[in-house]
Structures are given as C-alpha cells and as structure tokens.
Design a protein around this ligand. Structure first.
Ligand SMILES: Nc1ncnc2c1ncn2[C@@H]1O[C@H](COP(=O)(O)OP(=O)(O)OP(=O)(O)O)[C@@H](O)[C@H]1O
Length: 311
C-alpha cells in the first residue's frame, strides 16, 4: 500500500465567527494527483495554507508526512513545494536568481543549486530567459517559474493553488503538460481549482468542496458515473419576453432522467442524447440551438449544489 502523505480529520479553519473550512476528512497517498474542486470561496485556499504549514488549523487533526505542521512546520515545509494562488516572484531580479534565492533559503549547497537551476529552467522552458528580469515575462512564464522555484528542494508533494487561473488557453495547456511530467516522475500533486476541465485533466482523485464542506469524493470518472448521466442535451428554447428557461422545464418533462434549468438553457440529463433530442422534436418543440455532449464535473457540481462552478 502507498504511504499516506497527507491526512486530515475534522480539519477546520475559522476566521472570527466565520467557518471557512468545516471539518473535512482527506487522505492523499504518495504518487497521487489529488484535487480540491469548488467555486470561489469554497475554502480551498484556506485548506491549502494549512497543508502548506503557513496557516494553523483552528480545529481537527492534520498530519503531513506524519508530522504536525504546527509544531514541526519547518520540517514539513522543507519537504513541500508550495505554489500559492498569486505569483510571489521577486520581479526585480533575474529568472535564474529567483531560483538561486530559494535554493539558498533551503540551505542547499551551491553546486546543487546550480545543477537544479539548469534542470528546472529546462523543465520550465525558460533557459533562454534565464538572465532576464522577471517583470516583463508573460503570465504563463511567471507561473512556470513559480512552479520551477517551488521544485528547487526536490519536494515530495507539490501544492498548486489555482495553477492556471488567469492564463490563456495555450498557456494553460503548456502548464498542464509540465504538471503531467512531474506526475510521471512520481511527484505527489495537490491541486485546487474551480475549472472542471483542469480537475478532469490532472486529478486521479478529487473532493468537491462547497461552503467549506466536502460534498463528494472520487475519481473524475466515478463522480460523473455516480452523480450524472452519460450525456447531456443542452437546449435553448424560444421564450416569451421576461421568461427564462426555468419557466419551460415542464416542456421537456420525462425526456431524460432529470432536467436542470439555467437562465439561458435547459440541461437534459440522459444516457442517450440523440434519442432525447428526437423526443424533443416529437413534442413539436423547435430549439434555437441544441447540442449533445458528455457529462462533466460541472454537471456533478450542479447536481450536488444546484449551482454552477464558475459564475
Ligand atoms: N484571512 C481571512 N479572513 C477572513 N475571511 C477569510 C480569510 N481568508 C479567507 N476567508 C474567507 O473564507 C472563505 C473561503 O476562502 P478561500 O480563499 O479558502 O476559498 P477558495 O475556495 O480558495 O476561493 P478562492 O479561489 O476565491 O480563493 C471565503 O468566504 C473567504 O472570504
């Protein structure tokens, strides 16, 4: 059996009267790519900061590498890579110097720092920019540098808080490719995201979080199998002025297993999207647009909470 690297029981974080993380239970084993998926404010960053040993838990039990992050914080941090939500690079110094500073912070010998810097610049596809200041780099490059820097101490776990928020699609794909490589090298990844496609791409297993609680747990595939149908028929119907799609749900009653109404469309959940569309036409309905797609984690979230992940 793989080692348990992270174990949380009843983990809680409060800010005054407000409970941001509400008694969650989580275990992550070595080599896993584990995700916290949830909308803004779900409590993901608060959880990550406790795991990173930068913010103490308010309650419950938390062990990382079997260590207590409150009393053994330095030992925990030495074995972790931490990429916070906001890049906190030193923009005044060069790309390479950013790596050197971190290496010295961890007390690594000069020779090791030089070797690791070369490897990590190559990994982050930044070798050609090594002597440049950080400030003019693109958002994607800065993100890759932040990740490279967090790998200087050869961490067993890499924490990534919203790794691709704010990046354009191409930069996201480059970053995903780099994270796949790390995963193949056996680095345990713990990722927070509010992008269901990112969770599906990167995570072997994840928890869905909402209002500080875990509402579901499993692999992306098992979550979809458990909480959604194989396909979804998305329909935009012609509406009277002032009506929205929640007013016309009854028109497709019984067409699929269940229906969710968003203001601008109906989502008909079914294992056979094309058959459902035929049934819609047979009722004399003429959708403005209709598409059949496979179910995603977004559908799981909508089913479990009645809300969408990204507002
Ligand atoms: N230092 C703090 N003081 C008071 N409230 C806080 C603090 N940090 C977080 N919160 C609150 O806790 C809740 C959870 O925030 P958290 O950042 O953990 O959520 P999140 O899921 O990571 O969302 P986001 O992606 O927006 O960061 C939010 O309502 C937030 O306003």
């Amino acid at each position: 059996m793989n080692d348990v690297l992270l174990s949380a029981r009843g983990l809680t974080k409060t800010f005054g009267d407000f409970t941001a993380v509400d008694g969650i239970d989580v275990q992550v084993t070595s080599g896993e790519s584990f995700g916290f998926l949830g909308p803004n404010g779900a409590g993901k960053s608060s959880t990550m900061k406790m795991v990173a040993a930068t913010s103490p838990p308010s309650g419950g039990e938390l062990r990382i590498f079997g260590l207590d992050p409150v009393t053994e914080g330095a030992a925990v941090r030495a074995r972790l890579g931490n990429c916070p939500q906001q890049d906190n690079l030193d923009e005044e110094i060069t790309v390479e110097e950013n790596l050197h500073v971190y290496g010295r912070y961890f007390g690594l010998p000069r020779k090791v720092i030089r070797e690791r810097t070369d490897e990590l610049l190559d990994f982050a596809q930044l070798t050609e920019r090594r002597g440049d200041k950080v400030e003019p780099l693109s958002g994607g490059m800065k993100r890759r540098l932040t990740i490279a820097r967090s790998l200087i101490n050869n961490p067993e776990i890499l924490l990534l808080d919203e790794p691709t928020t704010g990046l354009d699609p191409q930069a996201r794909h480059v970053l995903w490719d780099r994270l796949f490589r790390l995963k193949r090298q056996g680095v345990t990844l713990i990722i927070t995201t509010h992008y269901m496609d990112e969770a599906e791409q990167l995570c072997d297993r994840l928890v869905v979080m909402d209002h500080g609680r875990i509402v579901a747990e499993g692999s992306p595939r098992s979550l979809i199998e458990q909480h959604s149908t194989r396909e979804v028929l998305e329909l935009r119907l012609p509406l009277d002025e002032r009506a929205d799609h929640s007013d016309v749900v009854h028109l497709v009653d019984g067409v699929g297993s269940y229906v969710e109404a968003l203001p601008d469309r109906l989502l008909v959940y079914t294992d056979h999207g094309d058959g459902a569309l035929e049934a819609v036409h047979a009722r004399g309905l003429q959708p403005i647009t209709s598409i059949v797609r496979r179910s995603t984690l977004e559908d799981v979230f909508l089913r479990l909470t009645g809300r969408t992940l990204v507002d």
